[in-house]
Design a protein around this ligand. Structure first.
Ligand code: EPZ
Length: 422
């Protein structure tokens, strides 16, 4: 299913025309799966998205005796007999989200042993904010040989003040406080919509959490959580990827299951181009033709500002827009790895520190390129759809982490993309 040695061959120059339903959000699905460890009942998530990161998370849950199976378009998860096993290096290496489970295990069992996480190489990705948060709640955390040993015999409700609004640390500390006796206040938290989805899911299971989406979250601990049914929010980053693809390549695309409140920053930037955008209820239609005027300056920042996960895709749009622009990456320290690949295709981009300086060109040309992280991979697909000729993209497994059958989805809009085994 997720073959490590595959390539995508993209034939450029085709406009994107048609309709797509936005798939459930990977970055909401992963913390919600981790949070199932807290629940003593059966969970049914009514929608599902076939991604390798989700498969990895299910394998990690299985190692804790948390079983899951697909049925009726959704997924059942049963954590009634969860075992507090060590989460090994071999498992955590694949996905960053593995570390989220530490908070859930601490809450349910008062201890956890988890290997340092892996994930896309877009920066050092430390876990100091998780550790600092656990220690603020009385957890004795020992970091040894690439593992964190969390002893929570004396853990207690309290106050956690984050040095940076980390999405994962916020989600993990919410889970950590959920079954703790007393009221825990989390301050300077991340405000991403996926955190609101996690709060809504846990409250349906009997938790008492409020404030997600603001910079302060209050968790009133409860004794236990029961099961529930829940529908995971749509993926705002996948939606943004499709919109930026249509703006770059040209066409007329209608997306269903779109939530404007999740994507207001992207939409405000796209309104600086010549794209025609029409939003009605939960659909958005974007029409684009020819070369777009460039967006002079874009900065990535935590929500509600422009998301780092759309930075590579925006870079591709700017690389063929009319004029010079700057894109600043302020969330991760190494997220311009796509630049040399785009330059092979004729883009004119220079990276200085946290800023990519782009001189828009009229054309890109097909080339052999390599996907280096999940979002950069999707951005290379967009570049290939724009370029003249054929583009071969290797390391497709990065793309499969966060995009369900990307070649079929873009193919449904008229793109010519073939997946080949190497
Ligand atoms: C989540 O990663 C997402 N992943 C990322 O999406 C997303 O880019 C990121 O949030 C920012 O929005 C999932 O939700 C599974 P952070 P996370 O903690 O939680 C630093 C994708 O493409 N930091 O908000 O790891 C960190 O190094 C992925 O879908 C610490 O210094 O992001 C980074 O510079 C990529 N210490 C910044 O905070 C910590 O303990 C933001 O990271 C934790 C984080």
């Amino acid at each position: 299913m997720f073959n490590m040695e595959q390539q995508l061959i993209v034939s450029g120059g085709k406009r994107l025309v048609g309709e797509l339903e936005i798939e459930p959000s990977k970055n909401a699905f992963l913390p919600i799966l981790a949070a199932c460890v807290l629940c003593e009942g059966e969970i049914f998530l009514e929608n599902f998205v076939d991604l390798s990161d989700i498969l990895c998370m299910r394998e990690i849950l299985e190692s804790l005796n948390v079983h899951s199976f697909l049925q009726n378009g959704g997924i059942y998860i049963d954590a009634r007999n969860v075992r507090n096993n060590k989460i090994t290096h071999e498992m955590t290496q694949k996905i960053r989200a593995s570390i989220f489970i530490s908070g859930a295990l601490l809450s349910r069992f008062r201890n956890a042993v988890v290997a340092f996480p892996g994930g896309c190489k877009i920066g050092a990705r430390p876990i100091d904010l998780f550790v600092k948060g656990f220690r603020a709640l009385g957890v004795n955390v020992v970091e040894k040989h690439g593992y964190i040993y969390c002893h929570g015999q004396n853990m207690h409700a309290g106050e956690v003040i984050f040095d940076f609004p980390s999405v994962g640390a916020t989600e993990s500390l919410i889970m950590c406080a959920t079954l703790l006796d007393g009221v825990t206040t989390l301050k300077n938290v991340a405000k991403e919509p996926e955190i609101v989805d996690l709060q809504n899911f846990l409250n349906l299971c009997g938790a008492k959490i409020s404030g997600a989406g603001t910079d302060q979250i209050v968790v009133e601990g409860v004794k236990s959580l029961h099961g529930t049914s829940f529908s995971v929010m749509p993926d705002r980053i996948v939606a943004g990827t499709y919109l930026l693809a249509a703006a770059t390549v040209g066409g007329d695309v209608l997306l269903k299951n779109f939530r404007l409140k999740d994507s207001e920053s992207l939409i405000s930037f796209l309104r600086q181009t010549a794209c025609k955008i029409d939003i009605k209820g939960d659909t958005i239609r974007l029409k684009a033709s020819g070369r777009q005027p460039c967006i002079e300056s874009v900065q990535t920042l935590p929500f509600p500002f422009f998301p780092t996960d759309l930075q590579s895709q925006m870079l591709v749009l700017q690389s063929v827009s009319n004029g010079s622009s700057i894109i600043e990456e302020n969330v991760f320290e190494n997220r311009f790895a796509i630049v040399p690949e785009l330059c092979k295709m004729g883009a004119k981009i220079a990276v200085r520190g946290r800023a990519a300086h782009v001189y828009g060109v009229e054309k890109l040309f097909g080339a052999d390129v390599s996907s280096c992280d999940l979002r950069a991979g999707a951005a290379l697909v967009i570049a290939g759809m724009k370029a003249e000729g054929y583009t071969t993209i290797c390391n497709v497994h990065f793309i499969d982490r966060g995009y369900e059958k990307i070649e079929e989805k873009f193919g449904a809009l008229g793109a010519e993309i073939r997946r080949v085994n190497v």
